[in-house]
Write a protein that binds this ligand. Structure first.
Ligand SMILES: [Zn+2]
Length: 457
């Protein structure tokens, strides 16, 4: 280990500590300092480590946490870049801080959550054992352009690491074909059973075949453009998954799934400790990684069974007499899925949409027009409606177009007052914030619920 790297890691730790003590979390400064001292610090820090990298539009954080849990249960010391630091400086800081004073990695394994746009920067420096691509949806258009551009960036990232084993979502035509023409070995995962309602595919980011431009046909689907896709003109079709859900009983609890999974040709009863179909995909991805690494399946099945809500993704709180659940939403597909989940719950509920347009959110918030907001607004179980955040008026307008009466929508800029308002409600309340709105709400919630620190790790 060169002295420069040890110095860079030391400076990174000090910068982190200072920021932590001054109450600031989730910043890119420590990683930037480390890179300024040693531009190869990430490569040097990762030397000798096993790395699992998770990228894709939705589900990165939950999937990463499930994989970390699986590796830990398998007895491996594992680090994970938490708190949304998934760009190059954040990943660099996490890896540099893993070095001991002598410059040796403390954990042998790292699960790296990586932004789609940063993948090629990261794989130019480290070569993961496994790369998972969860799915591809339109997300934050003003930062990365269209979904096809993102897909190209991911391909470039994969191309830079030709030895990495890939775990790809077979049900997403954009993802399943993302490594075509590249030499990487691939495992696929997917749902072998339909999970969506017919006629529900109003959202399509992938209507046409990536090879010939023909219109895709679906024999079954789960949500948005995910499902059993095929192209009648050139014959391309969804690959058969190596890891799949093959049985999904119709009646499911509201908090967990009991399913049958197929790993290779072996069947296993599995429990997934999180609700909503998209978490089944996250669980499949985690189990697929275990298979890719040639590890026993049990720790990974146990990890998905005991999965807990990740930071801001389906967390529950009680304020006053009101039970509150927070679900992070940041793009039309994810938002529509969250609303489908809410509309599928069995008692009266209220919903607060908290919409910011800060840089980390992507300043273009026009995607709210593509989300299936009608599903909630027109649901007979729906009670209160709030529009909050820096773009509360835009959200209010969206709700009006979805069919809400003007006097039903409470416009509220102050999150403290928003929560006070909720505290008096009899019904359950769902808060749907985008990223920075979630951070602000969590700060207010943490104060109200006893100040439990939430910037962990
Ligand atoms: Zn085709």
């Amino acid at each position: 280990m060169v002295l420069k790297t040890i110095l860079a890691a030391g400076a990174c730790k000090i910068a982190r500590r200072v920021l932590h003590l001054t109450g600031r979390g989730g910043t890119t400064v420590p990683g930037r300092i480390a890179m300024a001292i040693d531009r190869d610090v990430l490569t040097a820090s990762a030397r000798g480590m096993h790395i699992v990298l998770v990228t894709g539009t939705n589900g990165k954080t939950t999937t990463s946490r499930m994989i970390e849990k699986g590796l830990s249960l398998a007895g491996e010391a594992c680090l994970l870049n938490r708190s949304g630091a998934n760009l190059l400086p954040g990943i660099t800081a996490e890896m540099a801080c893993n070095l001991s004073r002598m410059g040796k990695p403390r954990a042998d394994w790292a699960v790296v959550e990586c932004d789609e746009g940063a993948l090629h920067l990261v794989t130019a420096r480290i070569k993961p054992d496994v790369i998972i691509v969860t799915n591809l949806f339109r997300d934050q258009l003003d930062r990365y352009g269209e979904v096809m551009h993102t897909r190209e960036e991911i391909r470039e990232g994969i191309r830079l690491s030709p030895e990495s084993l890939l775990c790809l979502n077979a049900d997403c035509p954009l993802t399943a074909t993302a490594a075509e023409g590249l030499s990487n070995p691939v495992l696929y995962y997917g749902l072998d059973v339909p999970a969506g309602e017919q006629g529900e595919r109003e959202l399509s980011d992938a209507r046409y075949c990536m090879s010939c431009g023909g219109e895709l046909v679906y024999d079954a689907y789960t949500y948005a453009h995910l499902g059993a896709w095929r192209c009648p003109s050139c014959g391309r079709r969804r690959p058969r998954p190596d890891v799949a859900v093959i049985e999904l009983p119709e009646s499911q609890g509201s908090r967990t799934f009991h399913v049958t999974m197929r790993l290779g040709e072996q069947e296993h009863k599995a429990r997934v400790g999180l609700p909503a179909i998209y978490n089944l995909y996250n669980a499949l991805a985690a189990v697929c990684v275990g298979k890719a690494l040639g590890m026993p399946e049990k720790p990974f099945l146990d990890a998905v069974a005991s999965a807990e809500a990740a930071f801001g993704r389906m967390e529950s709180f009680t304020v006053g007499k009101c039970e509150i659940q927070v679900i992070l939403v940041k793009n039309p597909a994810g938002c529509s899925q969250a609303m489908a989940y809410i509309a599928g719950t069995d008692r009266a509920y209220g919903v607060a949409f908290c919409l910011n347009d800060k840089i980390a959110d992507g300043t273009d918030i026009s995607w709210i027009w593509d989300a299936d907001t009608e599903k909630i607004v027109c649901d007979s179980k729906r009670r209160s409606l709030w529009a909050a955040g820096t773009r509360a008026e835009d959200m209010q307008l969206r709700l009006k177009y979805a069919g809400a009466r003007e006097d039903e929508i409470h416009l509220e800029r102050d999150y403290g007052r928003l929560l006070e308002d909720m505290a008096n409600k009899e019904e359950r309340v769902f808060i749907l914030p985008n990223y920075t709105a979630m951070l602000e709400i969590r700060q207010v919630l943490a104060k109200k619920t006893g100040g439990e620190a939430f910037w962990k790790g």
